[in-house]
Design a protein around this ligand. Structure first.
Ligand code: ADP
Ligand code: MG
Length: 698
């Protein structure tokens, strides 16, 4: 078999391919566009397009597509073939610079939240040259941004690129103050750890809830769940191992740096983590990873579930967003340096993140808000809905010493003075112990752990980058105006620590006492559901910050709020409809059929022995008939709740009704249905149980 290094990235038009296939002049001009955002002229674009086409055709491609991330949560592509008729009746393969740079998909069926008037159906896609093109399913995929003709973003990439530019601009101002003249650019990097479940395809096909909604809506607790803690890091089953090997190979060909894989806490749950890369590339790669995970699973007779909470009572799936900032000269700004001066710079960037997370807790919560993720956050398996920061004891002690002008090292009795002291290196071991924190410093990066497994990582990183850009802007304004840089720096770090102490918490984030302290004593926000948090996107401070850094326009924010609330309402309504359908067509008939079979055996008994006491069959029939009535009543209530919710026009009101009425009624229907599952004989039950699904893959 070929070695990995021989085929890694073989389907990617990467730097190696560009160097080999472009003239030196074209290559350097393209490099300038990639590294510095310089405009690409059309002759260069034509040359690049031609080389791309030649390379793609040589690798079996027949089509090309502008690959983009609309607001629906998946990726979109419209395939055009390279063919163009030639005068002799044949075809030639063609692809121009214009086609590379700009595409015009019919955008009318993508959500725009009112941004694109219906008469103006068209939007356009624009090439993101910083993310390499690749071949998938015989199609050359060109990563692109997607905008309306007025320039408003209709996708997730555009604001992400803008947020990266905003952070770059402000971070450079700070670096110049520290005398760094050689740095040209600061980029954020992300390594997203992706959790998922694998279930058997045949069983999946028998569950309407999984097929329509991605999660189980019914299901009695199995005799065995995750209580034995025997799955996490356990030996990987042969079928799963074969799947992982196949998946790795597909991802490596696409240049995705898939690195670690292991079993997770819940049975049938696994994780895949890549090596980190620049945020927009990491985002594209995470989308590709999710797509490949699902596709490759089918080849193995499996289905990959990316839903945040596929099974009640079993841990759900999230995504840890490991985030850092680094210069083009290779310096990680969240890594303590070798010299005292570098350390002062590190501390300033560190407190900028602390301030950002505190000031924009709501935006971070909003960035991970979906109906699916609401089942996880705060359910003692994932961080709470309250945002806080874990720094680890050592770093917390250093910040406290700075804030109070007291000695950090008790033995040395020296006061922590910036620009003088050397900071200790923070090893992972001392910083990574707390797994319950939503936002943890882990040595040289922050790990944001509230994301749901199916979320695009772009939303969280847009908010994070923008919020940090705002802290840095305020810092740069102050420091640039100061006459004595060092003392201004010291004061700034000190006051920032003092003002944002409340967001720092090193204890157990799963503890109820913490939620009480966080909300009642510290005044931190606790938006439990998507309906609670989303409307705060338009709070004045948020709009002001996001528009001032040109990450979003106000109209874009309004449209995004609309689309997200609408997605929330729609996805829960689909779940409610599926429950009604399953209850009426599968659960109630099964209960009735089983009761009938019990009743006939009860009557045989009665005939044989008329004087015998009430048989177990008779008692069970009575019980099942009562539960059946309850299921029927609750189904009818849910049906009428669906009708009322659907009739609500105002989207915020609708989302609130989904939270207060639909989700409640769904819970009420589930209880008797799950009870029935525990009573009805296996052969009568219409679909695979939790036990089958969770332990069915060998
Ligand atoms: P875990 O959290 O499971 O113990 P690691 O900390 O080793 O795993 O890595 C988690 C993820 O963090 C990986 O994707 C890794 O590439 C990424 N990562 C490591 N260093 C950085 C960094 N400086 N910036 C962003 N991500 C990073
Ligand atoms: Mg992690």
């Amino acid at each position: 078999m070929e070695t990995v290094s021989a085929y890694f990235g073989c389907l990617v038009f990467d730097d190696r391919v560009m160097k080999a296939n472009l003239s030196a002049k074209v290559y350097h001009s393209l490099k300038k566009t990639i590294d510095e955002g310089a405009e690409l002229d059309i002759t260069v674009a034509n040359a690049v397009a031609d080389a791309m086409k030649e390379w793609a055709v040589a690798h079996g491609a027949t089509h090309y597509t502008h690959w983009f991330q609309p607001l629906t949560g998946v990726t979109a592509e419209k395939h055009d073939s390279f063919i163009s008729p030639s005068p002799d009746g044949g075809v030639i393969m063609e692809f121009s610079g214009k086609e590379l740079i700009k595409g015009e998909p019919d955008a009318s069926s993508f959500p725009s939240g009112g941004l694109r008037a219906t008469f103006e159906a068209r939007g356009y896609t624009a090439w993101d040259p910083t993310s390499y093109a690749f071949i998938k399913d015989k199609t050359l995929c060109i990563p692109t941004a997607f905008c309306a003709y007025g320039g408003e973003a209709l996708d997730k990439k555009t604001p992400l690129l803008r947020s990266m530019a905003a952070l770059n601009k402000q971070a450079l101002r700070i670096l110049r103050l520290f005398g760094n003249q050689d740095v040209k650019c600061v980029r954020t990097s992300v390594g997203p750890e992706q959790e998922y479940f694998l279930v058997d395809e045949e069983m999946y096909d028998q569950r309407r809830d999984l097929r329509f909604t991605g999660r189980t809506l019914f299901g009695a607790t199995p005799p065995k769940g995750q209580e034995m803690d025997d799955h996490y890091f356990g030996a990987i089953k042969p079928r799963v191992a074969a799947y992982m090997a196949d998946l790795n190979e597909e991802l490596w060909k696409l240049g995705v740096l898939a690195k670690t894989e292991h079993n997770e806490v819940a049975p049938a749950q696994h994780e895949l983590a890549p090596i980190y890369s620049t945020t927009n590339i990491a985002t594209d790669h995470n989308q590709l990873t999710m797509e490949m995970m699902q596709k490759v699973a089918r080849r193995h007779g499996l289905v990959c579930l990316l839903h945040e909470k596929p099974f009640a009572g079993v841990n759900g799936s999230g995504k840890h967003n490991n985030w850092s900032m680094a210069t083009d000269t290779g310096v990680n700004l969240l890594s303590p340096g070798e010299t005292p001066y570098e350390n002062a710079q590190f501390l300033l960037f560190l407190v900028a993140v602390i301030k950002a997370v505190d000031d924009y807790q709501d935006l971070l919560r909003i960035s991970v808000a979906t109906a699916g993720n609401d089942h996880r956050l705060g359910a003692n398996e994932a961080p709470p809905a309250v945002v806080s920061i874990f720094l680890g004891e050592e770093l917390a002690a250093i910040l406290e010493a700075i804030e109070t002008d007291t000695p950090y090292d008790a033995k040395e009795k020296t006061t922590m003075k910036l620009g003088v002291d050397v900071l200790p290196k923070f090893s992972r071991d001392t910083t990574d112990r707390n797994r319950t924190s939503p936002f943890a410093f882990t040595g040289n990066k922050f790990e944001f752990r509230m994301l749901g497994s199916s979320n695009s990582i772009s939303c969280a990183n847009i908010m994070l980058n923008a919020a940090v850009a705002e802290s840095l802007r305020q810092f740069a304004d102050q420091l640039e105006a100061a006459s004595d840089f060092e003392s201004a720096l010291h004061d700034l770090i000190k006051t920032t620590v003092r003002e944002h102490k409340n967001i720092m918490f090193n204890g157990n984030g799963y503890d109820d006492a913490w939620i009480k302290e966080a909300t009642e004593v510290r005044g931190l926000l606790n938006y439990r559901t998507t309906a609670d948090c989303l409307p705060h996107l338009l709070d004045e401070k948020n709009v002001k910050m996001l528009t001032s850094h040109k990450v979003f326009t106000e109209a874009e924010l309004e449209s995004r709020l609309d689309i997200t609330l609408d997605n929330y309402a729609k996805s829960v309504i689909i779940e409610a409809n599926t429950m009604v359908d399953m209850a009426k067509k599968q659960i109630l008939p099964a209960v009735t059929e089983y009761a009938a079979s019990l009743a006939s055996s009860a009557s045989v008994k009665k005939e044989l022995c008329p004087s015998a006491a009430c048989s177990y069959e008779t008692k069970l029939v009575a019980k099942l008939s009562m539960i059946g009535d309850m299921i029927a009543d609750k189904t009818a209530e849910l049906e009428s709740a669906i009708v009322s919710v659907r009739a609500i026009e105002d989207i915020t009101e609708k989302a609130n009704a989904v939270r207060d009425s639909l989700l409640v009624k769904m819970g009420e229907l589930r209880t008797p249905a799950d009870e029935a599952e525990g009573l009805v004989a296996e052969e009568f039950w219409p679909y695979p149980t939790y036990g089958d699904l969770l332990f069915g893959v060998k």
